[in-house]
Design a protein around this ligand. Structure first.
Ligand SMILES: [Zn+2]
Length: 82
């Protein structure tokens, strides 16, 4: 499922930075939490097996930034009891 604004020439808009292009991809996220509370423009999507996701249609640059954020989060120092 892909959602998002489309220009007259069929280009899709990145939901994060607004750039238009033909290479948009959908990030699918879920963590058993009401992610709409984050205040981000998620689009709700459902996989073929019924699982529900929060999605964002983004450009290549924003995908890279998203992956970098996950990498930074995963490698950040945490205490075992957190
Ligand atoms: Zn973008």
């Amino acid at each position: 499922m892909r959602e998002g604004a489309v220009t007259d020439d069929g280009k899709e808009l990145c939901q994060r930075c607004g750039a238009s292009g033909y290479d948009r991809r959908t990030l699918w996220m879920a963590c058993l939490y009401e992610m709409d509370e984050l205040g981000l423009p998620f689009v709700h999507a459902q996989a073929g097996d019924g699982r529900r996701f929060y999605t964002l249609l983004v450009c290549k640059q924003c995908r890279g930034s998203w992956m970098g954020a996950i990498k930074q989060w995963f490698r950040s120092q945490t205490r075992p009891d957190e």
